[in-house]
Unconditional design. Structure first.
Length: 454
């Protein structure tokens, strides 16, 4: 039995559920036939001390790489036509107040829309000292419905980066980063809702399709944007076709471009749709299914196995096509579960062609004994700017856990940690240990344990 001991040095929390609540949105799209009007948003203090809120009207332009908050000559800016009823307020714990924004835009404003942002600063004040300062940039896109929309878009260039050859700190050493330079020659921002497709002309196949339904891609009127996105695939050499289609401000769009990919990674890359399959005394006769995904442009015949003959894979050999998936069933061969803890076996894959196989998202077969001893330890280390939570699984079974702060779950999905594994979680800010706790349980089970001894 191969024991899994993996050290993950630093994981950033993306979903931090405390701070300032701004409602009803964090990005505002306003449609109006008026040029003089008032708009209201609400701010709520979600940190456990009184907060001072200050608000400033600023410009807001981005090209996908950098942000600009000073654009005095940009003809689509509304900054000089926007004022606030209050630019400073105090909020008690959990208190919510209305923030009124006044618009006084001239009738001859040149665009079908105008843009600006609010810079909202939150300072938590306790005992006369500032303990925490947070800044929020809240963009506004104001559509003047009396002006006819003129939309013209063009992809000026495409670049492809193979992360296997040029690793990236954020995305690691697998997949592709694609950057589009998109130019908007119209009089309204391009804020699309639709899809992006990538296909190979030589393979005559769709590589991937991804939705566009957020503010990740915004092209300001008469500006250019560099839109970089990640796909978990290696790309073949030859022409790569990229198309975008959908709607923006009620108007249909479709535009496409091609890029000759000159360098292709020839390694076979695979991932598993399910990371852990657990067999117990009660489920030892069950038949489980998972999926093998081909992340490369190669067609291969695969052999699936584990280091010991503890399970059977059906089929034992499977043919997998470029950018497609293949189902695999697994059945347990072990009859006696009279042991304690988890026995963990990585799923191994070999290609008949002897080509190197890279497993991007591995899978594990876990045999769970009749008794397990779940145990988790954690410590909190704070510097002047951030707090780092170190989590250690010192039990004998795979665990899943959630981190809670002030009884709110911070992670979007439960995190998995193997016996002997240590994970460091960076909050990106200072947190209080007395408001922190971890709920954990053996993987796949509901009974929860709590760790809060920080």
């Amino acid at each position: 039995m191969k024991r899994i001991i993996t050290i993950l040095f630093l994981v950033n929390f993306i979903f931090i559920c405390f701070g300032l609540e701004i409602s009803p949105n964090l990005v505002y799209q306003i449609d109006t036939s008026k040029y003089q009007f008032t708009y209201e948003i609400f701010v709520k203090n979600d940190i456990p001390v009184e907060s001072k809120i200050t608000v400033e009207v600023i410009d807001f332009i981005t090209d996908g790489r950098y942000y600009s908050y000073e654009e005095p000559d940009y003809k689509y800016s509304l900054r000089q036509y926007v004022s606030l009823q209050e630019d400073s307020i105090l909020l008690a714990v959990n208190e919510q107040k209305q923030l009124k924004i006044n618009f006084n835009v001239p009738q001859d404003f040149p665009g079908a829309m105008g843009v600006f942002a609010l810079k909202i600063t939150q300072e938590s004040v306790s005992s006369g000292k500032v303990q925490l300062r947070l800044n929020y940039i809240v963009p506004f896109f104001v559509r003047f419905t009396s002006v006819t929309v003129y939309q013209q878009l063009k992809i000026n260039s495409v670049s492809i980066r193979d992360l296997s050859l040029e690793p990236d700190q954020e995305h690691g050493n697998f997949g592709s980063l694609i950057t589009l330079e998109i130019e908007n020659r119209g009089n309204i921002a391009f804020i699309p809702k639709g899809k992006l497709e990538i296909s190979s002309r030589q393979l005559k196949t769709l590589i991937t399709e991804m939705p566009i339904d957020s503010f990740d891609l915004v092209v300001f009127p008469e500006k250019k944007t560099y839109y970089t996105f990640y796909i978990p695939y290696t790309l073949p050499s030859g022409p790569i076709d990229i198309s975008l289609s959908g709607k923006s401000y009620g108007l249909d769009f479709y535009f496409t471009t091609s890029k000759i990919n000159e360098i292709a990674n020839t390694n076979l890359a695979l991932s598993f749709s399910q990371s852990i399959v657990i067999f117990t005394e009660k489920t030892k006769n069950a038949l489980y299914s998972f999926t093998v995904n081909n992340l490369s442009f190669l067609k291969e015949t695969l052999n699936v196995s584990t280091s010991e003959d503890i399970v059977s894979f059906i089929p034992k050999k499977l043919v997998i096509y470029p950018y497609r998936e293949a189902p695999v069933n697994v059945r347990c061969n072990l009859k006696d579960f009279n042991f304690s803890g988890d026995k963990i076996y990585p799923v191994e894959v070999k290609a008949d062609s002897k080509k190197e196989v890279k497993i991007v998202s591995p899978a594990y077969i876990v045999l769970r004994g009749n008794s397990v001893s779940p145990s988790l330890k954690a410590s909190l280390d704070s510097s002047r700017t951030t707090s780092i939570l170190t989590v250690l699984n010192d039990g004998d079974c795979v665990l899943q856990f959630n981190v809670l702060y002030n009884n709110q779950v911070l992670n979007e999905n439960p995190m998995t940690i193997f016996p002997g594994q240590t994970i460091n979680l960076d909050f990106g800010r200072i947190v209080r240990s007395n408001l922190l706790k971890i709920e954990y349980s053996p993987y796949g089970e509901e009974n929860k344990n709590t760790f809060d001894s920080f």
